[in-house]
Design a protein around this ligand. Structure first.
Ligand code: MG
Length: 309
């Protein structure tokens, strides 16, 4: 059995005026979305994406098709919301699935935000960018290093909001205690080389790691919005959460921490990270739990000042 612990930081960077990145950090679903669009509507697109994806946080059991369906719904919401300004967003992340074979993680991606995994000494990128430069790298025209600074490095070949048909990549990976995942927007890996990413990601505390990664990207120039979401997989003796259908309003049930808002901060620690850990708190009542999470965990940047709440 596993539980999640996370740390997160986001910054508008040193050049942009609006932070168009959004993130979702409510166990067992984590995501980073990097919005794009004319007239500053990229922040609307990325926020819509994480809000719609957040609907599947409460599903038990959570399964692959439910996450893919949520991504389809997010795509539809952005396409339908779109006015005269074309807007879209990348989205990448991971979701904890309870499968017959035990705990698994689903990694998903649309666009050029990334998921990396640090397992022991091994640091690797799990997602494949949907971008023009990635296609040139695969064709042997560019090196990975050249792609980082290529003038067309920002051109994505898939995005939410790009059309009615969405093709999201997804992979299933083992949920191994001790593994750490980094979900990030291109404002991070566009500024910081893999070796430095791996070094900072190895900092013991996930919140310190997230803040150090964002600080490094800002020190390197901060040309874009930067988001780093660090998710640790930990062993748990008791379930982190219980199926929604097993809970009724007002009935106490073990396993799930208090509503995300009660934890405060910028999502530091994640479930089980607060005093008491797992086994303390109440089950979700089913009454708009996601809205609480949206406000309390800083999924969005409501003030537009580059800091999530
Ligand atoms: Mg970006």
């Amino acid at each position: 059995m596993i539980r999640f612990r996370h740390g997160v930081d986001t910054s508008v960077g040193r050049v942009r005026r609006v932070n168009e990145d959004s993130y979702l950090a409510v166990p067992p679903v984590y995501a980073v979305a990097d919005g794009m669009g004319g007239h500053g509507s990229g922040d609307v697109a990325s926020r819509l994406a994480v809000e719609v994806l957040a609907r599947c946080v409460m599903l038990r059991p959570l399964f692959t098709e439910a996450v893919l369906h949520a991504l389809d719904e997010a795509n539809r919401a952005i396409v339908e919301h779109d006015g005269p300004n074309r807007m879209g967003t990348t989205i990448t992340g991971l979701a904890g699935l309870e499968t017959l074979g035990g705990d698994r993680l689903m990694v998903f991606n649309v666009g050029d935000s990334r998921v990396y995994r640090l397992a022991g000494e091994r640091f690797e990128q799990l997602t494949v960018d949907h971008s023009e430069v990635q296609e040139m790298v695969l064709a042997g025209v560019l090196t990975r290093e050249q792609a980082r600074t290529h003038p067309r490095r920002n051109v994505v070949t898939r995005a939410l909001g790009g059309g009615h048909e969405l093709a999201a990549d997804h992979w299933l990976v083992p949920a191994a205690a001790g593994d750490r995942f980094l979900l990030c927007s291109d404002g991070l890996f566009g500024e910081v080389l893999d070796e430095a990413l791996a070094g900072l990601l190895a900092l013991a505390d996930p919140q310190h790691a997230a803040e150090a990664l964002v600080a490094a990207a800002n020190e390197a120039g901060g040309h874009d919005n930067i988001t780093a979401l660090v998710v640790d997989i930990e062993h748990a003796d008791t379930p982190e959460y219980y199926p929604v259908e097993e809970t009724v309003p007002g009935r106490k049930a073990p396993g799930r921490p208090d509503g995300p808002a009660a934890r405060g901060g910028a999502g530091t620690g994640g479930a089980g990270g607060g005093p008491g850990g797992p086994g303390v708190g109440r089950a979700p009542s089913g009454e708009l739990p996601i809205d609480v999470g949206l406000v309390g965990l800083g999924l969005i940047d409501p003030d537009g000042d580059g800091r999530a709440r």
